[in-house]
Design a protein around this ligand. Structure first.
Ligand code: NAD
Ligand code: DAU
Length: 369
């Protein structure tokens, strides 16, 4: 039985990971620490909030004393670190918070883990610090270049990826210098339920439902390697259970798509769904383009993102061979599940976008004990 501390568990991947873990390991204790920034949403944890082994704390990972207290009081043996500022565009317009959360925040967690696990000796022998990172630390690829392996040199291009790279280095250093038991995973682009609608796939779906433009940066020929979020959770689980201490594991789905083709595919799937389910036209009367079978008319080309990485692709051979990792969701089924989830959960996505979520949270929950 494990006692987990999950940072950032109210965000997109963190919440999906919490669902995954509680479903697969119901006997384990799961404590979530999340600051509930604009990207954190307690509604994403609604289905687990009454589980006896689950507890939520609102707080900042930079608060080292709070993290130490949680590690001690809940006898945490496994810390899974998702909390981060995660949106590249925001890191370009305002990098400071990325430095604070992703670098200083990760260092605060490492310091707390060292103090409680190594110096005080709580779970000294069996602890694990798992750091969730990204393929963006490797920089960008040309079309013909081989995919990123764990040996690819770091070459981050945005303030976001640079801050993640710095955090990866700190995690590594705490292993080599102090003997903290760490693992790191570097994953490609995730998609699935509870994804904040500023990121490409949920932005496309929710904009189609509101008949808003679908902005494509630059020429739309950039390539991303998409993975269903539950397959990421499964990969992290394998790294925690089977990964070698001090090692990094790339997680991906061998599923490269140009942005423009993703946009066209989602338009087509949405057109088909509205045709197949006439009731959707009543539920989303403002979605006039997709109701007419022409979601693609909403596509517009806009200025490119600064330092826009051309291509990401993951070479997953190490996690395949050493951990037995294989994604289980095909892109076809994963995208359809995602699209249907957004169609069924207007309450979730409209509330996180219009600010009413903030009012809701004040009424529903009190802050950390
Ligand atoms: P997200 O932005 O959806 O969620 C981040 C969560 O962290 C939010 O709940 C937020 O409230 C919380 N948070 C932010 N600052 C905090 C702080 N100072 N203290 C405590 N909590 C704080 O992000 P995501 O997409 O779920 O990504 C989670 C992790 O996975 C990140 O570390 C990201 O770098 C990494 N990652 C993401 C992807 C992807 O495709 N989204 C791919 C690979 C790796
Ligand atoms: O690769 C892993 C990374 O994937 C994670 O580390 C990041 O946290 C996550 O946000 C994601 O980064 P990207 O920048 O790849 O994701 P985003 O959804 O912002 O953009 C995907 C691609 O689509 C990218 O090439 C930019 C483009 N794009 C994005 C938006 C929001 C558009 O063309 N138009 C848009 O409106």
């Amino acid at each position: 039985m494990k006692n987990l501390l999950v940072t950032g568990g109210a965000g997109f991947i963190g919440a999906n990971f919490v669902h995954y873990w509680i479903e697969n390991y119901p006997q384990d204790t799961v404590i979530v620490l999340d600051a509930l920034t604009y990207a954190g949403n307690l509604k994403s944890l609604n289905s687990v909030k009454d589980c006896p082994n689950f507890q939520f704390y609102q707080g900042d990972i930079c608060d080292t004393d709070l993290v130490e207290t949680l590690l001690r009081e809940h006898r945490i043996d496994t810390l899974v670190h998702f909390a981060a500022e995660s949106h590249v565009d925001r890191s370009i317009s305002g990098p400071d918070v990325f430095i604070q959360t992703n670098i200083i925040g990760t260092h605060s967690l490492l310091k707390a883990a060292k103090k409680v696990w190594l110096e005080e000796g709580v779970n000294r022998e069996i602890h694990r610090f798992h750091h969730v990172s990204t393929d963006e630390v490797y920089g960008t690829l040309e079309a013909e270049e081989p995919a990123f392996s764990e040996a690819t040199p770091y070459a981050p291009n945005s303030p976001y990826s640079a801050s993640k790279a710095a955090s990866d280095h700190l995690v590594r250093a705490y292993h080599h210098t102090y003997g903290l038991k760490v693992t790191t995973s570097n994953c490609s682009n995730n998609y699935g339920p509870y994804h904040f609608p500023e990121k490409l796939i949920p932005l496309l779906i929710t904009n189609i439902l509101q008949d808003k433009p679908l902005p494509i940066y630059g020429d739309g020929q950039q390539i991303r390697d998409w993975l269903y979020v539950e397959d990421h959770a499964r990969g992290i689980d394998l790294v925690i259970r089977k990964g070698e201490l001090g090692e990094c594991y790339n997680i991906g789905g061998i599923n490269e798509w140009t942005n423009i083709n993703i946009v066209k595919m989602i338009c087509e799937l949405m057109n088909r769904e509205f045709e197949a389910q006439p009731i959707l036209a009543n539920r989303y009367p403002q979605a006039t383009s997709v109701i007419a079978g022409k979601a693609q008319d909403l596509i517009i080309f806009v200025d490119d993102r600064a330092a826009h990485d051309r291509r990401y692709a993951i070479d997953p051979r190490k996690s395949n061979s050493q951990l037995g990792y294989q994604p289980q969701e095909s892109f076809e089924t994963g995208i359809r599940k995602t699209l249907l989830w957004y169609l069924e959960n207007e309450d979730w996505w409209s509330s996180v976008m219009d600010g009413s979520y903030r009012q809701w949270i004040e009424q529903q929950y009190s802050t950390a004990e």
